[in-house]
Design a protein around this ligand. Structure first.
Ligand SMILES: Nc1ncnc2c1ncn2[C@@H]1O[C@H](COP(=O)(O)OP(=O)(O)OP(=O)(O)O)[C@@H](O)[C@H]1O
Ligand SMILES: [Mg+2]
Length: 264
C-alpha cells in the first residue's frame, strides 16, 4: 500500500475497556486523509472513549490503532512526540485565565518548539487570524464570549499544524449562530490546511452537512458507518432511534451512568 493510501486513522478489531467494563468491541474503521468524520451516538456510548484511544490516553484491551500508518506508541516519550501531530479541542476549552488570548495560543509553540519569540508572535497572529480573531490577542479569556473562547481554543489546538484534529463536542454551550461559525471554521480549516478531522457531536443536524463520513456508536459497537446521505436513508432501527431521539427502541439505557447520577 502506498503512503498516499494509508488512512489518517486505522482501527482494527479494537476493544476498549474502562473500569473493567468493555465499552467498545470489534471496532474496524478507516478515516481517509483529508476527510471529516462525525462520531455520533447516545450519551455514555463511548465516543470520548474512542477519542482517548486515538490520543494514546487509553491503551486498547485488544486490536490496533494506527495514525498515518504508525501504531500509537506506548512509551511516554514517543507518545508525547505523536501528540504534537494531533490537535485536540475539548468541550471545556481549557484556556488559562491568567494568560491573554495570544499567550494561550503561544503555549504549545513555547512548550514544543525552540522558535524565537518574534516568530512565535507572528505564528500566533496567523492562527488567530485563521479563526477570525486577529484583534483579540491582548484580551483575557474572561473578556470573551463563549463562541470567541471556543475559537481561541481552536487556534491553540492548531498551533503546531497538526495533520489530525479531534473535536469532542465542539458546539456544547454555543447558540445556533456561534455553532454555525464553529462548524464552518472546522470545515474551512480542514480543507485549507489539508488536515483530517474527527468530530464527536450530539448536534446531528449541524454536524452532518460538513462531514464526509458519519459513524454511529451504540450498545458497545460501531453500528453504522457511511456517508451522511446513507445515514439519513438507513432503516436500521438503532440508527433511526438515535437520529430521531426516541426514548424507546433497541438502544439500551446506560444503567451504569444512571446509577452514578442517582448516587450523586
Ligand atoms: N475513567 C473511566 N473509568 C470507568 N468508566 C468510564 C471512565 N470514563 C468513562 N467511563 C464509562 O465509559 C462509558 C463511555 O463513556 P464516554 O465518556 O466515552 O461516553 P460518551 O459517548 O463520550 O458520552 P457523552 O456523550 O455523555 O460525552 C460510560 O458508561 C462511562 O461511564
Ligand atoms: Mg463524551
Amino acid at each position: 500500500m502506498s503512503l498516499e493510501q494509508t488512512p489518517a486513522v486505522h482501527l482494527d478489531a479494537l476493544r476498549l475497556v474502562r473500569g473493567g467494563r468493555t465499552i467498545l468491541r470489534e471496532v474496524d474503521l478507516r478515516v481517509p486523509r483529508g476527510s471529516i468524520t462525525a462520531v455520533l451516538g447516545p450519551s455514555g456510548s463511548g465516543k470520548s472513549t474512542l477519542l482517548a484511544a486515538l490520543t494514546g490516553e487509553l491503551v486498547p484491551a485488544a486490536g490496533k490503532v494506527e495514525l498515518f500508518g504508525q501504531p500509537v506508541p506506548r512509551s511516554s516519550r514517543a507518545l508525547l512526540e505523536m501528540r504534537k501531530g494531533v490537535g485536540v479541542l475539548l468541550q471545556g476549552n481549557g484556556l488559562l485565565t491568567d494568560l491573554t488570548v495570544g499567550e494561550n495560543v503561544a503555549l504549545p509553540l513555547r512548550a514544543h518548539t525552540r522558535l524565537p519569540a518574534a516568530l512565535i508572535e507572528r505564528l500566533v497572529a496567523f492562527k488567530l487570524n485563521a479563526v477570525g480573531l486577529r484583534t483579540a490577542a491582548d484580551l483575557y479569556p474572561r473578556e470573551l464570549s463563549g463562541g470567541m473562547a471556543r475559537r481561541v481554543a481552536l487556534a491553540r489546538a492548531l498551533a503546531l499544524d497538526p495533520p489530525l484534529m479531534i473535536y469532542d463536542e465542539p458546539l456544547t454551550g454555543l447558540d445556533p449562530i456561534a455553532s454555525g461559525v464553529i462548524m464552518s471554521l472546522i470545515q474551512r480549516l480542514n480543507h485549507s490546511l489539508g488536515m483530517t478531522s474527527i468530530i464527536v457531536s450530539h448536534h446531528v443536524h449541524e454536524t452532518l452537512p460538513v462531514c464526509d463520513q458519519a459513524l454511529v456508536i451504540a450498545n458497545g459497537a460501531l453500528v453504522f458507518s457511511g456517508t451522511p446521505a446513507q445515514l439519513q436513508a438507513s432503516d436500521d432501527p438503532l440508527v433511526q432511534q438515535f437520529l430521531h431521539g426516541r426514548p424507546d427502541g433497541p438502544i439500551a439505557f446506560d444503567t451504569a451512568a444512571t446509577r452514578r447520577t442517582e448516587a450523586a
